[in-house]
Design a protein around this ligand. Structure first.
Ligand code: GLN
Length: 195
């Protein structure tokens, strides 16, 4: 059997440990990344949910912003929730700096208070299902950003309330919900296939 892939999880802030567990279950070896040097040891990187403003501050303090962007220009990133906000081309509500790796415009906390946090069942695209297996996908949204538009290279793999919530762009996946909080780990499995 091939050696398991080593996947980093950015561990400056947010729910990185749940991603570590999901990656182990999907057959990868997780490494918690806290320095730019560690980016050299990994095959792919997960950007967890949390608070994107805080993550951005910590990335600046640790001088990790440019190394992270450089990593993402070559290697796969699974960006979830706050991670999508960091990777986007444009962020609103409020306007915030971002890395511009994913050709997406996002609005922070864009679903509003009423559906601040909820668990729903998604019907993913045929493309997703044929690569990961059949069945609805349980999705946990926690103060999620809304993806307002997707650039020409983006492929929408699942939507909720008419908005994309799972998007593939080249080697990357952007997910506005929390796939690490459910027992269904098809999103992590799909990510591992991209490494
Ligand atoms: N609301 C957070 C932000 O704007 C993202 C929420 C999450 O990652 N669960 O950064």
């Amino acid at each position: 059997m091939a050696a398991p892939k080593t996947v980093g999880v950015l561990a400056l802030q947010g729910d990185f440990e749940a991603h570590g567990r999901a990656l182990s279950q999907a057959g990868a070896r997780p490494v918690y990344v806290r320095t730019a040097d560690q980016l050299r040891e990994i095959d792919g990187l997960v950007l967890p949910g949390g608070e994107s403003t805080t993550m951005l501050k910590l990335l600046n303090i640790e001088n990790m912003k440019e190394p992270l962007a450089e990593f993402a220009r070559e290697k796969p990133v699974l960006a979830t929730c706050a991670g999508v906000i960091l990777m986007a081309r444009e962020v609103s509500h409020p306007v915030q700096e971002c890395l511009g790796i994913l050709d997406l415009a996002v609005e922070r906390n864009g679903y509003g208070r009423q559906i601040d946090s909820r668990i729903v069942e998604l019907d993913p695209s045929e493309d997703f299902l044929s690569r990961t297996g059949a069945g609805k996908l349980e999705a946990v949204f926690i103060r999620a950003p809304v993806i307002q538009n997707v650039g020409p290279k983006g492929r929408v793999l699942a939507s909720y309330l008419g908005r994309p919530v799972l998007v593939e762009q080249d080697q990357h996946l952007a997910v506005t919900f929390h796939p690490e909080l459910t027992s269904d780990n098809r999103v992590h499995q799909l990510f591992l296939k991209k490494l």
